[in-house]
Design a protein around this ligand. Structure first.
Ligand code: BGC
Length: 750
């Protein structure tokens, strides 16, 4: 935190009659704008971090808090972030809303990534539920808690497509698939924004990071991205477009450059695509000092240049960089930027404050806050979400679920009993003490005497002194649940990893426990896919249990003992080796497709190209079979709709759910298309022996491709269609798209 002891020096008195009038009638944004000085305008497009009072060192407290309040009172700041609780945000808000000349409320933002105080599974994990309603209910609950605490704006959802698990921020998104990512983006935005931004339980969403941030080369956070317009539009922009269509109030630019132009100064993205093509009418914020960072990028000469480039490109708000505030007055005076350009962004911010109802009431509500924060209802939701996010990856001889009434269960491993790691990365106002660890959850579920525990080793480092005790414990038990993986701090922002194997000596611990001969369930607690072929080979069962939030342990216990039958799927492929990355499923074919025992084809000479676990994969305690693929419309027009049906049957002996997935392959196109693209899914819950017919409709939205000539088109030709339970295998069919029917109309049209 930086102190700016003399930055804000003017003190202003109470509200003017004009400001008071705004509260009783229709807020007139233009009239407000007309009254602001240039400095106050720049204040509206400036966001400063404030932090919690307890985190501010005593020596700085008066000066920093004093300055913030002064900034609010003088109208030289329009947005703050990092403040929490209604009591504190209200105190800050009062300075702007009641003690400033124009009485313009602050918009208070926060990173509510997977919950405010009730922390839900990390977003990558909950995306695996393939349950859009559930995902929407999680962001809804987060919004209810946030708004009561005086936060009006969340810097979420992150909708970046992540195809490289080295990138730590994969944990914050919905994985590798753009079509799925678009559905999730829309659901999460709708959850945050609820029934309307002006409702007292809504927060403005931020689709971030615009754009292609997840495509950083080498999986290194902040690194460069370079890609064709086809890849940009088909893959990386798709979820952003869906977020805009779902009404996201704001977008945040990304740190990276795209084809040489940093995102915060990228008018192609911010003007041409976002405003002109998509008609976005909210505002855009920079990322944390991303405007300033255009200097080291080598795009801006100095801060003033950076400020001009960013604002002119369409980056409305400066998040913490103070570039607009410190540079643009002089730039206007020198005629380097017009005040009209500044007005455009200020107007957008004021409009958003109006839409959020902040001119009527910008305050948090302490009574509601006390009721909703970490409420029983939200905890119950967190538990359901936790259980629905667990992915069963292997289950030899139906080792799972465990019978909680018999035998001894050895719980081993450095991720078994860590409260902070249970919450996961970027846990908002989440507190470690709120979290139920896996060990605690398992102990809650069965007679505690059945559970014995040893840490075995630390998550990192080379200390093997705990091995012997852990091995002895494993030998004495009937089954081992071995919790290995990543701590939360190994994941998230600025936590790219070049080695995705189990950190420290965890792999050695796993090998030693596997050698005891006691059946082992590997419980992989991670924020991303990791590289564990040895685990797949030697463990009897494997589960991906991620970082599941406050109800981490209870959710895990629900699955381990079979109260919940796992139904989640992977939304990112898990590589076998780091050298396979990127290993996403939607690859294009080459001119030399792979053939076994052949040299000059597309392959690795030392390893298969197949991932360890593919996108869409995940098992259940029951089994499912697909049958009866019916392409009901074998021929459609370019604007028609193809209908594809298949039957899914629960062939096991307990109820469960399966995610039936539909993929297409546009076999010949003007731009080469992936071998498979997800274009439909339905999560179906079936009793033992029950069947259901699932119907998918493929229309323009599903079939159109970016054709390289500024157009989305459905091209005539043959489409392969696959109905399956992961991105591999399944039932296969095809249909034809033709230009016109014989009657002169498009086939499939009325
Ligand atoms: C992150 C953003 C986040 C912002 C504010 C940045 O470092 O990239 O995602 O919203 O900080 O905390």
């Amino acid at each position: 935190m930086r102190a700016h002891a003399t930055f804000f020096s003017v003190s202003v008195g109470a509200l003017t009659a004009f400001a008071t009038a705004q509260r009783s009638g229709e807020v007139d944004v233009d009239a407000i704008l007309a009254r602001l000085t240039l400095e106050q305008k720049l204040g509206q497009i400036t966001l400063i971090p404030i932090g919690e009072p307890q985190n501010i060192p005593d020596k700085d407290r008066n000066s920093i808090v004093g300055n913030w309040q002064e900034a609010a009172r003088t109208g030289r700041v329009g947005a703050m972030y990092g403040a929490n609780t209604a009591a504190y945000t209200n105190e800050i808000q009062r300075a702007a809303f009641e003690e400033s000349e124009h009485g313009i409320p602050l918009i208070i933002g926060n990173d509510i990534i997977h919950g405010y105080r009730t922390i839900f599974p990390i977003p990558l994990a909950s995306s695996g539920s393939f349950d859009l309603e559930l995902m929407q209910s999680l962001t809804r609950a987060a919004a209810v808690e946030s708004r009561a605490a005086g936060t009006h704006w969340t810097f979420a959802p992150m909708v970046d497509i992540a195809r490289d698990p080295r990138w730590g921020r994969a944990s914050e998104g919905a994985g590798e698939d753009p079509w799925f990512g678009a559905k999730v983006a829309a659901a999460r935005v709708k959850g945050f924004q609820g029934e309307g931004l002006d409702r007292p339980d809504a927060v403005a969403a931020t689709a971030k990071h615009f754009a292609a941030y997840g495509a950083a080369v080498g999986g290194r956070d902040y690194d460069t991205t370079d890609m064709s317009e086809q890849t940009l539009r088909e893959i990386h922009l798709r979820p952003f477009k869906a977020a805009v269509e779902a009404g996201t109030a704001t977008l945040m630019t990304s740190f990276n450059d795209i084809n040489g132009v940093p995102a915060s100064g990228n008018s192609f993205l911010l003007q041409n695509i976002l405003r002109e093509e998509w008609n976005f009418d909210g505002f855009v914020t920079s990322d944390y000092t991303s405007i300033n960072e255009m200097i080291p990028h080598g795009f801006a000469r100095d801060l003033q240049h950076a400020g001009i480039l960013a604002l002119e490109a369409g980056c409305d708000v400066d998040l913490t960089g103070r570039v607009y505030q410190s540079q643009l007055t002089e730039a206007v005076e020198k005629g380097l930027i017009s005040e009209a350009t500044i007005d455009k962004s200020v107007r957008r911010v004021l409009e958003m404050k109006k839409r959020l109802g902040l001119f009527e009431n910008p305050y948090g509500d302490e009574d509601t806050e006390a009721k909703v924060t970490l409420s029983d209802e939200h905890r119950a939701l967190a538990r359901k979400a936790a259980a629905e996010s667990v992915v069963l990856l292997k289950n030899t001889d139906d080792l799972l679920p465990l019978d909680g009434t018999r035998g001894t269960i050895a719980v081993i491993g450095p991720l078994a009993d860590s409260k902070r790691d249970s919450l996961g990365t970027w846990a908002g106002m989440g507190r470690a003490e709120d979290a139920v660890t896996a060990l605690e959850g398992l102990q809650n579920a069965v007679d505690g005497a059945r559970i014995v525990y040893a840490e075995g080793c630390k998550p990192d480092g080379d200390d093997r002194s705990g091995f012997q005790a852990a091995i002895a414990l494993a030998r004495s038990a009937d089954v081992v649940l071995l919790f290995v993986g990543e701590t939360e701090i190994m994941t998230g922002e600025a936590n790219s990893r070049a080695d995705l194997t189990l950190p420290g000596v965890q792999r050695e611990l796993f090998e030693a426990i596997a050698e005891t001969g006691t059946p082992v369930v590997a419980m992989l607690s991670t924020g991303r896919p990791i590289v564990v072929p040895e685990v797949e080979e030697k463990a009897d069962a494997v589960m991906s249990v991620w970082h599941l939030g406050v109800e981490h342990g209870n959710g895990i216990a629900d699955v381990v003992f079979g109260d919940v039958n796992p139904g989640a799927k992977l939304t990112m492929s898990w590589p076998r080796a780091i050298g396979q990355i990127p290993v996403y499923y939607a690859r294009k074919n080459t001119g030399r497709p792979y053939r076994p025992n052949t040299r000059f084809v597309n392959r690795y000479r030392d390893m298969t190209m197949e991932p360890l676990y593919p996108f869409g994969y995940g098992l259940s305690y029951t089994t499912f079979e697909l049958s009866g693929l019916d392409v009901a419309s074998p021929e459609i027009g370019t604007r028609g709709v193809a209908t594809v049906k298949a039957t899914v049957t629960n062939t096991g002996d307990r109820a469960g759910s399966e995610v039936v997935q539909l993929y297409i392959h546009d076999r010949v196109a003007t731009l080469v298309q992936p071998l498979r693209k997800l274009r439909g899914f339905e999560k179906v819950t079936l009793e033992a022996g029950e069947s259901k017919e699932v119907t998918f409709e493929l229309g323009t939205e599903e079939l159109a491709i970016w054709n390289g000539e500024m157009d989305w088109v459905v091209e005539p030709g043959t489409f392969g269609v696959y109905v399956s339970t992961s991105s591999k295998g399944g039932l296969e069919g095809e249909f034809e798209v033709v230009e016109r029917g014989t009657n002169g109309k498009m086939w499939g049209e009325n």
